[in-house]
Design a protein around this ligand. Structure first.
Ligand SMILES: Nc1ncnc2c1ncn2[C@@H]1O[C@H](COP(=O)(O)OP(=O)(O)O)[C@@H](O)[C@H]1O
Ligand SMILES: [Mg+2]
Length: 346
């Protein structure tokens, strides 16, 4: 049995189901990200694990125990929510010590554990400061230390970096990842930011409208999206609606190559922009460059083709490969194509 088992969790508010049959097994030490658009049920799912929202159905098991009906404070989980403000009238050390005081931990042990937690987040030097004297990133690290100091079996994070600017956010992500691996704490984090999920997670749980769309490592999910939603939420994708028939794929009267064994029927043909290449000869499709955008490490081209608008990215190797208005040929390898039957994704 997995360390944390979420067995068919559902949540209804009145007639509306906001989370449907959420099933997930989390291994000890694993870092799982719940990823999905705003309103898809990520926070509700996390709140059910935390014990703040009772599930309408389903069970939660932790380390072999059923904790579904346990009150949140008896679950002893470490929680960092964006809105979980620090106590403004307490110093950094006092904020971190708070959870231990609630648990009646003796003074000597308490100060040792607070010291260790602050060391973990590199804030020992600031232990006497008040929250108002800290930057956003430092406050977030205090919140982390406060969650970690109770040595919880599971750490639950809900958009903990939502308030930070992009650069700091990226630094904090790398720091959090290192910290999580070092402590080895089982972690579930909610985010709507795909690059954050990819940076942090061992496994991503992609959600849409209250349901799980796909579960996998960032690499597997990126390389093997199971449908239109996955391919466009995690990264970018060219998606063409069409029909697989007799070893090829028909879109707008055009025939595209597919690998052997692709089943016949209505489907989406998916190919990522970085897998599309310029092809002076033997193009699969031809078109005209309608836009070219320079993004530093790569170029993004938009190309009008008979299939519809396509995107192609090309690493910046100095000179751009084409300019706006150019007629170009495009090709891609069969291995880069995903043909997913329409309606196959839930
Ligand atoms: N207490 C509540 N009462 C009614 N509807 C709610 C409540 N909490 C959340 N919802 C609804 O449930 C859906 C999922 O919300 P939430 O879990 O917060 O999504 P996310 O965190 O993915 O943005 C939303 O449509 C939201 O409006
Ligand atoms: Mg949320």
């Amino acid at each position: 049995m997995a360390f944390l088992e979420l067995q068919g969790l559902s949540k209804m508010y009145g007639e509306t189901t906001v989370v449907t049959d959420f099933r997930l097994s989390v291994a000890k030490g694993e870092f799982v990200c719940l990823l999905g658009p705003s309103g898809c049920g990520k926070t509700t799912t996390l709140q059910m694990v935390a014990g703040f929202v009772p599930p309408s159905s389903g069970r939660i098991g932790l380390d072999g125990r059923d904790i579904t009906d346990l009150r949140s404070n008896r679950r002893g989980l470490g929680i960092v929510f964006q809105s979980y403000a620090l106590f403004p009238h307490m110093t950094v050390a006092q904020n971190v010590a708070f959870g231990l005081e609630m648990r009646g931990v003796a003074t000597a042990e308490k100060s040792e554990r607070v010291g260790r937690a602050l060391d973990l987040v590199h804030l020992k030097a600031l232990e006497h400061r008040y929250p108002r004297e800290l930057s956003g990133g430092q406050r977030q690290r205090v919140a982390l230390a406060r969650a970690l100091v109770i040595q919880p079996p599971v750490l639950l994070l809900d958009e903990p970096m939502g308030a930070l600017d992009a650069k700091l956010r990226e630094e904090m992500q790398i720091e959090l990842r290192a910290l999580q691996r070092r402590v080895g704490i089982t972690t579930i984090m909610v985010t709507h930011d795909q690059s954050e999920a990819m940076t942090l997670a061992d496994r991503v749980v992609l959600m849409n409208r209250g349901r799980i769309e796909q579960i996998g490592s960032p690499f597997d999910m990126y390389e093997q999206p199971n449908g239109r939603f996955s391919s466009t939420f995690l990264g970018k994708a060219n998606v063409f609606e069409g029909c697989s028939k007799g070893g090829s794929f028909l879109v707008n009267g055009l025939s595209l190559p597919v690998a052997r064994g692709v089943p016949a029927g209505a489907a989406d043909y998916i190919v990522r922009p970085e897998k599309v290449e310029f092809a002076p000869h033997d193009a699969i499709v031809r078109g005209r460059v309608s836009a070219r955008v320079f993004l530093g490490n790569h170029w993004l081209f938009q190309i009008d083709t008979p299939l519809g608008a396509m995107q192609l990215t090309h690493p910046n190797s100095g000179l751009p490969r084409a300019k706006e208005g150019d007629e170009v040929g495009l090709t891609w390898a069969l291995e880069s194509v995903h043909v997913v039957a329409r309606g196959a994704e839930s």
